[in-house]
Structure formats: C-alpha cells, structure tokens
Design a protein around this ligand. Structure first.
Ligand code: SAM
Length: 281
C-alpha cells in the first residue's frame, strides 16, 4: 500500500511488469508518490476536470492525478509494456482512467475529452518542446485546455519563462507568454528520477489567458519569431530577410529598428511585426 492509494508501490509495479526503463523512449520514472501528488496539486483544482496525460509510464503521476480528484484521466502512452500496470490503476479508479497506447505526436485526443480540460505530464524530453509548441499555437484561442503543467529539462523551463533581454529569451518564451501566464512551480534534481537523467528538471505551469496579450496570427508570429531567433546574434534586418525582401520597411512600420537583435525585442513588438507582415502579404 502506498502514501496516496491502495495500489502497490511503484518499485513493485515496475518489477512485476518488467518495466525496465528505455532510453529511446525518454523513460525517467518518478517513483515517489508524494512527489507525483505535489505535481498533480500544482495543476490546480482537478475536480470536475478531464486531465490529458502524455507518457504515464508505470503510472506514478497518473495515480497522483486520480488521488487529487481528477474527474477522468486520458493517458496516452507509446510503450505497450505499460498497459497492464495502467489497467491495474484503472480498476482501482473505476470509470476514471482511459489509456490510449500510441504516439502522442500522431494522436489527436480532442474528441475523447470533455471540458474543462487540464494537461499534466512528465514529458518524454525528445517530444516535450514540440508538443508544447503545438498546444500553444492553435489558430483559435482560447484552446481546448485551460492549463498545462509540464515537466521539462530545467534549461527548457527557463526558456519558457524567460524575460526579454535575458540569455534564455527566445521562441518558447514568446509563444508561451503571448497566450499564457507561465511560471516554474517545482525544481527537481536528477536523483528524483529512476534512472536519473543527466540534467535537472523543472515543472512549468501555464495558465491559458482568455485572449492573447496582443493580436497576431499564431502561424505568422511563430514563423517570424523562429526566423528572428534562428540567427539571434544577427541584426533583425538580416535574420528576417527570409520573411520578406522589404523587411527594413516592415520593421520600421512595426516600430522596430532594423539594426536591433531579436533578444531585445518585446512580445508586443513581435506581434506588431507579425500584423504588418500579414497586412503586406
Ligand atoms: N509519467 C511517468 C513518470 O512520471 O514516471 C513517465 C515519464 S517518462 C519521462 C516519459 C514517458 O513518455 C515514458 O513512459 C515513455 O514511454 C512515454 N513516451 C515517450 N515518447 C512518447 C510518445 N511519443 N507518445 C506517448 N508517450 C511517449
């Protein structure tokens, strides 16, 4: 019996189902159920919410989410070896856990979720950033989810919450802070995981804003910002040449000096530039 439910401890679950961690799947498991319950609490009030979890593995965070009162958890896991362990959790919480075995990059879970939805995951590092960008850049806002509570490598977490002018400021900070309030809620050393990864980790909580801070088309802002930071040491007039041959004029129209570098430009100014780019094309 564990700290938060009547199920066996995670070490026993892993031994019973032979879930030795696979590096290729980014498997660094959290085995401390007090810790997974803390992460679940950081997601906010889960009662009356569906929670989408990517990569439940042996189910440590899944159990935290259910114990903290999630109405229902939809868990998408690529590794079929995890299914028996997850089925055992589903039996302990009847009607509240559905498991989909498949690749989160290829599955659209929307039609299997009922709002309000929160997303909470200890993400596989190899797909974490890509999934975050997808969640942040749907054409319409607000999105189907109200919050994201996600584990990243600490360095990625710092890039998500970075202020303008800082070394970590870039595409992730801009896309995240354009449409969300983002903050780091928990930092974890490598030893918190089994096996321990090489780097520290952090949990970021992103609360969707009712509307973006400044108007812009998601696809355009994403393209402009990616180009600007792709060559972050260059002046914007060269870094943004691929966006338009008239980039000097467009930058000036948006109130940005063509000799500025991306890291000094505010979110508001990048949104203004995206609108000017759209108006011209
Ligand atoms: N949530 C568990 C925990 O906290 O202990 C496991 C976290 S582990 C860092 C990442 C999990 O994501 C693994 O179980 C792995 O098999 C799964 N995974 C990796 N790539 C995936 C993908 N493309 N789609 C869904 N799950 C994936």
């Amino acid at each position: 019996m564990s700290a938060i439910d009547d199920l066996p401890p995670l070490r026993e679950v892993i031994a019973t189902h032979d879930l030795s961690a696979r590096k290729s799947l980014g498997q660094n498991f959290l085995l401390d159920l007090n810790l997974t319950a803390r992460i679940a609490r950081a997601a906010g009030d889960l009662t009356g919410h569906d929670v989408l979890e990517i990569g439940p593995g042996p189910g440590g965070l899944t159990r935290g989410l259910l114990a903290m009162g999630a109405r229902r958890v939809l868990a998408v896991e690529k590794d079929p070896r995890c299914l028996p362990a997850l089925q055992q959790i589903a039996e302990a919480y009847p009607g509240r856990l559905d498991v989909v075995i498949g690749d989160a990059m290829a599955i659209d879970p929307l039609n299997q979720l009922t709002g309000p939805v929160r997303i909470c995951a200890n993400l596989p590092y190899n797909v974490g950033t890509e999934l975050l960008v997808r969640w942040l850049t749907p054409p319409e806002w607000p999105p189907y989810w109200t919050s994201l509570t996600l584990m990243f490598q600490r360095e990625v977490a710092q890039r998500i919450v970075a202020p303008p002018g800082s070394k970590a400021y870039g595409r992730l900070a801009l896309l995240a802070q354009w449409r969300c309030d983002a903050r780091v809620v928990l930092e974890l050393p490598p030893q918190a995981f089994t096996p321990p990864p090489k780097v520290s980790s952090a949990v970021v909580h992103l609360q969707a804003l009712p509307e973006p801070r400044f108007p812009a088309r998601a696809a355009t802002l994403s393209r402009v910002v990616a180009a600007a930071f792709n060559q972050r040491r260059k002046m914007l007039r060269s870094a943004l040449k691929p966006i338009s041959p008239d980039i000097d004029a467009l930058l000036l129209q948006a109130g940005i000096s063509p000799t500025d570098r991306a890291e000094t430009v505010s979110l508001e100014a990048f949104c203004a530039l995206s609108r000017v780019v759209d108006a011209q094309s």
